[in-house]
Design a protein around this ligand. Sequence first.
Ligand code: NAD
Length: 433
Amino acid sequence: MHTPAAPSSVHALPSYLQADHLGPWGIFLQQVDRVTPYLGDLARWVETLKRPKRMLIVDVPIHLDNGTVAHFEGYRVQHNTSRGPGKGGVRFHQDVTLSEVMALAAWMSIKNAAVNVPYGGAKGGIRVDPRQLSASELERVTRRYTSEIGLIIGPTKDIPAPDVNTNEQVMAWMMDTYSMNVGETATGVVTGKPVDLGGSLGRREATGRGVFTVGVEAARRLGLEINGATVAVQGFGNVGGVSARLFAEAGARIVAVQDHGGTVYRAAGLDVAALTAHVARHGSVAGFEHAETLAQDRFWDVPCDILIPAALEQQITAVNAGRLQARLVIEGANGPTTPEADDILNDRGVLVVPDVIANAGGVTVSYFEWVQDFSSFFWSEDEINDRLIRIMRGAFDAVWQIAAEHHVSLRTATFIVACRRILRARDLRGLYP
Ligand code: NAD
């Protein structure tokens, strides 16, 4: 069947899509440009990837506990839905911008296609510092935001999940608010819910388990033993914390951990359980007594075999990429490495397992959660972990082979696999009307 060719670039991008090339959206555009030569005939659809399908900006007004009214800006971006409903997390952070959410939504499209779960890509966020809010203020922000984006989310439309500073409780409030508005309990509207509310066993740990699984695969190909390897982790929340624990359980030494509050270092290996307990009590790794404290920037000089960025975007840059000691970087965070840094690491022979495959474990188990909610039939944790590991290994293998075949980085290889899937769906569906 022949689909008429789409004119590839008749119109210039609207101004809000021409984000400066130093920001996350600009980085995504560069990544798409790098992959276009490998898309063959499908390249004629590549413009669709450079324009998010739908973007909603909402005002989120709430009563603060002191009786005044505060307004926050919220976003939900559906980047692409050619392969299925939108899927991606919601971030609460004081620096969230539309451009950032656009890029995060786009990376979700790539990630979901890379592991072949039947979703498009979406992401949401609120420009708010949740640490400044009381629990009841946080609940009001969450509920009002959910109600505002309720126009475009839904179990078969777009399914949010946790991201930076959002957790199971936030997902429970989102599920409840959406359910109240539609008049029925709709568990499938979000994933990452508490297990008592239709959440999945294994979801909380899924992203970290995925990071560990692809880390083991990549290390094996480098001839690097995990048992005895040294690991540095940036970010000690859901992703960084679980990744650190799993690597430590496999015999690795977690020599450095950095979070928003500080950096701790111990050459003999940090006690991950004790550090976790310290963070639960104090909100940060700062002040952990069984370790040395390092200045934040010294983190990048720490001698280690494996580096796991698991905090925010644009952490490994042209400024620090030359200093990294690691042989292997596993991107737990989304977008932690800038394209310039990627090139520097590549030239130095450092293997980078990109975010779009490395942290796909979370959305994979989110998919399992969504399937379980629809069928009201819940699986055991062993079944979930087995399926997760099988999908992650299979996806990593496929990407490794494409990288070898085309002599490209694992990032470009993942984009090749994913963009082909997305654009093939686009091509088969054709253009409406
Ligand atoms: P989280 O809120 O649980 O933890 C974030 C961590 O990053 C915290 O330890 C925080 O202190 C640290 N951090 C924040 N700012 C920092 C800074 N300037 N320097 C150093 N550390 C800093 O968030 P999370 O869910 O673990 O997400 C972390 C990253 O992983 C994000 O990029 C997110 O998009 C990505 N991710 C998360 C999931 C998931 O399932 N949670 C899935 C895929 C990708």
